[in-house]
Design a protein. Structure first.
Length: 179
């Protein structure tokens, strides 16, 4: 007799199977105390086209110097580029991080917008980083997919980052992302 599908059982089995592997960079950093929306967004930007094995030490090196938008703006462009060395495109990422920091200070009193639309309006922040940062830091539901992936919403012909209706209870989405 076939047992009914139980999402909690499936997630527990997956979690057990992958327990021996390192956590993804943003979750690792979150557990180390880098859990603000700003820190998570910046670590996601660092992670673009960069391996987790590099993202974590580069993020730690940067956050040792600056963990807030205000502190980030005190770094010279050259210093920021140096701190981002090891990640891909450190100059471009320095420009993006500086721009985000400036907008956070000037328009949001040192904070970031806490919506998908607000984050993706920032230059250099795409749907993947917006959903990841909001999911990890704020536990808000969203699907973080590369723009070349169509798995979550294949009928739309693009990755929407939104759950198809009834696909997965939103309360379980952050758990799935960690797996």
């Amino acid at each position: 007799m076939k047992l009914p599908f139980n999402l909690d059982t499936v997630l527990a089995r997956i979690e057990k199977a992958i327990a021996a592997y390192p956590k993804a960079a943003m979750f690792d950093l979150y557990e180390r105390g880098y859990n603000t929306l700003f820190e998570q967004l910046i670590s996601c930007i660092i992670s673009v086209r960069t391996l987790d094995e590099t993202t974590i030490p580069v993020s730690l090196k940067l956050f040792a110097q600056a963990r807030t938008p205000e502190a980030m703006l005190l770094l010279s462009h050259e210093n920021l580029v140096q701190l981002l060395m090891g990640s891909t495109f450190p100059g471009q990422k320095a420009d993006t991080i500086s721009g985000i920091s400036k907008i956070a200070v000037e328009q949001y009193n040192g904070n970031l917008p806490t919506t998908f639309e607000g984050l993706t309006a920032l230059k250099g922040v795409g749907p993947k980083c917006a959903n990841l940062a909001l999911g990890v830091a704020a536990k808000l539901p969203g699907i973080s997919v590369d723009k070349n992936s169509r798995i979550p919403n294949p009928s739309a012909g693009r990755s929407s980052g939104l759950c198809p209706p009834g696909w997965l209870p939103c309360t379980r989405l952050c758990i799935v992302i960690t797996l």
